[in-house]
Design a protein around this ligand. Structure first.
Ligand SMILES: NC(=O)c1ccc[n+]([C@@H]2O[C@H](COP(=O)([O-])OP(=O)(O)OC[C@H]3O[C@@H](n4cnc5c(N)ncnc54)[C@H](OP(=O)(O)O)[C@@H]3O)[C@@H](O)[C@H]2O)c1
Length: 336
């Protein structure tokens, strides 16, 4: 079968198309014939080898995909041949709190991912997807959508009438936009592009701020909220935007810390975190239980993920280059 591997080949962006035998199924595993996969910013970091310290070469990239079950290993009772399923970002995280063991099962990081024609996964590592979604749409759910769901809808969830601040128009932020709209919240979104802000308004954003034209965008957020600040910030920028986010949050507000688009290192003044009683919570994707709850909401509201572009399997390099360019609005998909 055809499979992409991460190898030490800077001239091809470390991404190499090669051949491997079809995987043999272990007890409890199912074989997926992949139909679509989607890219996350993390996948770019994995290729650049800036994601974690422990990244062996020879790993198959990407965590997110959808496929058809074509064979069952011994002991499989929960799924059937012919079912269309998506991958779980962390196959071991079924429910409850995250643990080191569950986190270590994440696909396409230190463990093999899914950019291969056939993939073997534990039966608990796959999940059925809402039937109204195309394969390309369903392939966008495992990481970006579950992360946005976890940030906004799990624990102290976003309520109707509250205001949420979203950063940029990438995968996580546009899912957050759609979930916030579903919840009846007011949505303020930032972007580097006025054209993307217009598209975000068409999706339901109430206010848009260009963070290039308005570098001190937190001041505009405060103006838009009569000086009060927002109830919830979905922080995908990271250290470079966190200071502004804390200024833009209301007293007693929430910041769910997700992304590292501006990096992991830098100066953060935590004074307003304390002075304003802001709750800051790290989010790492989510569990099967969260994925199932999200799927129910997506099905009920017939929500469609925002798919920007679809690339054929043979052009995976171009999909990564497109993500690197930052031109995308929403998700980038690969079709097998
Ligand atoms: N913790 C987790 O579990 C988890 C899960 C998923 C993603 N993440 C992280 O979340 C971040 C976003 O991931 P993604 O997959 O959604 O990425 P993505 O689809 O590539 O989106 C990136 C977008 O973010 C915007 N952006 C870039 N720099 C920005 C800045 N300084 N301020 C505001 N917006 C900025 C840009 O939007 P415009 O073009 O509109 O400016 C860019 O297109 C990444 O750091 C990723 O690693 C974390």
């Amino acid at each position: 079968m055809k499979v992409y591997e991460i190898q030490s080949k800077p001239e091809s962006g470390n991404l190499v198309l090669t051949e491997r035998p079809q995987p043999q199924l272990a007890h409890g595993q199912v074989l997926l014939k992949m139909r679509s996969a989607s890219l996350n910013y993390r996948d770019l970091q994995v290729l650049r080898r800036t994601y974690t310290a422990e990244q062996p070469f020879g790993i198959v990239p990407l965590s997110d995909g959808v496929g058809e079950i074509v064979a069952l290993g011994e002991g499989v009772t929960k799924v059937k041949v012919g079912e269309r399923v998506a991958t779980l970002f962390m196959p071991e995280w079924q429910a409850g709190d995250l643990t080191r063991e569950k986190a270590n099962s994440a696909l396409g990081g230190a463990a093999n991912g899914i950019l291969a024609e056939y993939v073997a996964l534990p039966q608990d590592g796959v999940i059925s997807v809402p039937p109204h979604l195309s394969d390309e749409e369903a392939a966008t759910l495992p990481c970006a959508a579950v992360t946005a769901w976890h940030a906004l809808m799990v624990g102290e969830s976003l309520k109707a009438g509250e205001t949420v601040l979203l950063q940029g128009t990438g995968g996580v932020s546009l899912f957050a936009l759609q979930f916030a709209k579903m919840a009846g919240a007011r949505i303020i979104i930032t972007s580097s592009s006025d054209e993307k802000l217009d598209r975000a308004r068409q999706l339901g954003a109430h206010e848009g701020i260009n963070y290039i034209a308005t570098p001190n965008w937190y001041k505009r957020v405060l103006e838009l909220t009569d000086g009060r600040g927002v109830d919830h910030v979905v922080e995908v920028g990271g250290v470079g935007t966190l200071n502004h986010s804390m200024r833009a949050a209301r007293y007693g507000g929430r910041i769910t810390y997700i992304g590292v688009l501006t990096g992991n290192a830098g100066e953060v003044n935590v004074f307003s975190l304390i002075a304003k009683n802001i709750r800051l919570q790290g989010i790492y994707v989510g569990s099967r239980v969260m994925f199932e709850a999200m799927n129910s909401a997506i099905a009920l509201h017939t929500l469609h993920p925002v798919v920007d572009r679809v690339f054929p399997f043979s052009e995976a390099h171009s999909a990564f280059a497109y993500m690197q360019s930052g031109q995308h609005f929403g998700k980038i998909v690969i079709r097998f």
